[in-house]
Design a protein around this ligand. Structure first.
Ligand code: NAP
Length: 494
């Protein structure tokens, strides 16, 4: 790949729409307000984007409600083909979208390209699922009647997304909602609205009818989304973000018993047993920790390593981390980009300092790096004491924490000692142990001898305080479908 030039940046930034998209038209916020989007690698302003008001939010819901019946009535094949065209456009424009993503979010360009491919897969997957929504027909146990089960689109949806995967978190919601026949209002994260705006333009270009998708970037998340959640015309809320905000939204959603999906925080354990293939475990650990600069809900947060292999594991991981190049995600060969903002750097620093105060040893890194930009050194910390804040809190940064364990029971107990349950990873050559872990670990997903679990064909989601519902797989579209059954008499008159 050739290096990114100033002209490349200008071209992708000039091309991105910066308005609100409501009822098929781009336009300014009702009060003309805008907000700046920054490059976390430099702190520079990239562009300004329309800042939706609460009235704009309600206008967006009006448009979604107005378009709902017609969209639900389109042939599944028609919905499928709009999504398929959007997927093709995403693929054609992958390089520009990846650059836009790196500029607003900071991750290395290669990872942004990976996210465009991953995010695009949800669009392709749900273009295929759109035509495969089936019901069922059966005889009741008494033989006196027949039940027909059918599925219908749930109705207008509010989709709220975080900044860490600006495309994939949006496509994981938008694609199944559209495939199911729902209209949507999307509220992207304030820090990274650009990629989602660009994707919205792609959907319009792919032939999506007016009013099916609206996007309302805003700096007033609660003020704009609150009235929508309180409006009985809204039928579904799908949120990806932190557990505290998700929990608050669930309380709001209770008023009208709003259907919800919640993809919330994680605190993933990563278990390395004494019989693990250590090469594979190290590779998996680096992926599970440092992908997205550690800013992933699936990021491994706590590494529990058997005491017989802990020294070898730490040595090898530390050697790899020492070789990491830190810098702007647009620079060639960079492994670790900036964190999203100063608060994220402060959080990583405070967690490492607390662990060290409680006796942990910093093997590599352990410091913030000079600006411009918001950087924290890739870090390995070992022998983290129980009770350290870093074992309880989602780090969301490039810090790998190691705790030794003595046997399987202890590893499972440590792994489950958290209110979260999104994903766990385990490396062991013992197949029976792998199966036991799948049944014993309190988790929605388990990476067994792999460091990345995400795939459009699989039902992504968590248990405990990591959330409700699933995105992807054959389950994903059902988050946007209601179930109705029809009872009829036995047609043979029995
Ligand atoms: P966040 O602070 O919870 O924000 C997520 C989204 O919610 C943003 O669009 C935000 O808007 C909006 N928001 C914040 N407060 C709100 C309120 N009171 N009412 C309505 N909307 C509100 O989370 P984040 O920092 O962006 O993302 C990181 C978190 O997301 C982590 O905990 C991570 O684990 C989780 N996550 C989970 C998954 C998963 O699939 N389980 C995937 C990715 C990330 P503003 O941007 O304007 O604040």
């Amino acid at each position: 790949m050739s290096p990114v030039t100033a002209a490349d940046r200008r071209r992708v930034l000039d091309a991105v729409p910066t308005g609100l998209f409501i009822g098929g038209s781009w336009g300014p916020a009702g009060d003309g307000g805008t907000f700046d989007v920054h490059d976390p690698a430099t702190g520079e302003v990239l562009v300004s984007v329309a800042d939706a008001t609460p009235e704009d939010g309600l206008r967006a819901l009006d448009a979604a409600v107005a378009a709902q019946a017609a969209w639900a009535a389109t042939a599944p094949r028609e919905r499928s083909e709009v999504l398929r065209r959007a997927f093709d456009l995403l693929r054609e424009r992958a390089d520009d979208l990846a650059l836009l993503m790196t500029l607003e979010m900071g991750k290395p360009l290669a990872e942004s390209r990976g996210e465009v491919a991953y995010g695009g897969e949800f669009v392709r997957w749900f273009s295929e699922e759109a035509v495969r929504v089936t019901g069922r027909y059966g005889t009741n146990p008494e033989g006196t009647g027949r039940t027909t089960v059918l599925h219908r689109p749930v109705g207008p949806c509010l989709l709220i997304t975080p900044w860490n995967f600006p495309l994939a978190m949006a496509t994981r919601k938008i694609a199944p909602a559209l495939a199911a026949g729902c209209t949507v209002v999307v509220k992207p994260a304030e820090q990274t609205p650009l990629t989602t705006l660009a994707f919205t333009a792609i959907l319009a270009e792919a032939g999506l009818p007016d009013g099916v998708v609206q996007i309302v970037p805003t700096t007033r998340a609660a003020d704009v989304t609150g009235p929508l959640i309180d409006d009985p015309r809204l039928r579904k809320l799908s949120f990806t973000g932190s557990t505290p905000v998700g929990s608050q939204l669930l309380r709001q959603a209770a008023t009208h018993v709003l259907r919800t999906s919640m993809e919330l925080g994680g605190n993933a354990p990563f278990l390395v047993f004494e019989d693990a293939d250590l090469d594979a475990a190290v590779t998996g650990a680096l992926q599970a920790k440092f992908r997205n600069v550690g800013q992933a809900c699936t990021a491994a947060n706590r590494f529990f390593v058997h005491e017989r292999v802990v020294d070898a594991f730490v040595d090898r991981v530390a050697e790899a981390v020492r070789g990491y190049r830190v810098g702007a995600g647009t620079d060639d060969g960079v492994d670790i980009g900036p964190l999203i903002d100063d608060r994220a750097v402060d959080k990583a620093a405070a967690l490492v300092d607390d662990a060290v105060r409680r006796g942990a040893e910093v093997v590599v890194g352990g410091e913030r790096l000079d600006g411009p930009g918001t950087f924290y050194a890739p870090t390995v910390v070992r022998d983290v004491a129980p009770g350290s804040e870093i074992l309880r809190t989602e780090i969301f940064g490039p810090v790998l924490t190691v705790v030794p364990f003595a046997d399987e029971d202890e590893a499972v107990r440590l792994a489950n000692d958290t209110e979260y349950g999104l994903v766990a990873y385990a490396f062991t050559r013992d197949r029976a142990r792998g199966q036991r872990l799948a049944e014993r670990l309190e988790t929605g997903m388990l990476g067994l001898d792999v460091g990345v679990v995400s795939n459009a064909s699989a039902p992504f989601g968590g248990v405990k305080e990591s959330g409700l519902g699933r995105e992807g797989g054959s389950e994903g579209i059902h988050e946007y479908l209601e179930t109705t059954y029809v009872m009829t008499p036995d047609p043979f008159g029995a």
